[in-house]
Design a protein around this ligand. Structure first.
Ligand code: COA
Length: 163
């Protein structure tokens, strides 16, 4: 059986925290699809195409990982790709209640054919979020510890264009 899992998010942009979870999932499962959500509610800095390309580039060293953009319900996307489970990172107790609710909802929406597997974050990456990375960058802080090199380059290119 091909064990296929999905790791979904907005990835605006992908961080080393996300990458850590992707790498750990890739070592456990046959195939990992990183599902990049269009997510119009967040008004992302990078377009869906840019975010998907940055995830692909960050995961080039992982042969069983593929980045795919999606819109609509995650449960429908998972059914369409015949995935057995969703991967979610839980950074602390604050995330837990919401994540359990989401897991139960996705299980129901996928007609009980979809499990959710929770990963704890790496200790040193626990406090990162994409919003914080964007905020630090905006104020000229050093984000090189938090994001893959391709993201650093893409942010520099974007701010050069804006200036
Ligand atoms: N490392 C670094 N950052 C992390 C992280 C980790 N290990 N885990 C989570 N984060 C960050 C994310 O980057 C995100 O940061 P941001 O708010 O600054 O963008 C934040 O923590 C929240 O993460 P998450 O809850 O995964 O939100 P998301 O926006 O990245 O993804 C979707 C949410 C896309 C998975 C969810 O909205 C979805 O499934 N949408 C489709 C519609 C649907 O089916 N909804 C559910 C049924 S109602």
């Amino acid at each position: 059986m091909n064990r296929k899992v999905i790791y979904a998010g907005t990835f605006d942009p992908i961080t080393k925290g996300h990458l850590d979870i992707i790498q750990r999932a890739a070592s456990l499962f046959d195939q990992v699809i990183v599902a990049v959500a269009k997510n119009p509610s967040k008004q992302p800095l990078f377009s869906l195409e840019e975010r998907t390309a940055l995830v692909s580039e960050s995961c080039l060293h992982l042969s069983n990982v593929q980045a795919v953009g999606f819109s609509g319900l995650l449960a429908d996307f998972a059914l369409e790709h015949q995935a057995q489970a969703l991967i979610r990172g839980i950074r602390g107790s604050d995330d837990l209640e919401y994540e359990i609710q989401l897991a139960q909802l996705n299980h129901k929406l996928a007609h009980e054919h979809l499990e959710t597997i929770f990963f704890p974050p790496a200790v040193e990456l626990r406090y990162i979020s994409s919003t914080m990375v964007r905020e630090i960058y905006k104020h000229h802080g050093d984000i090189s510890h938090f994001v893959p090199l391709c993201v650093l380059n893409a942010l520099a290119l974007k701010s050069n264009k804006e200036n």
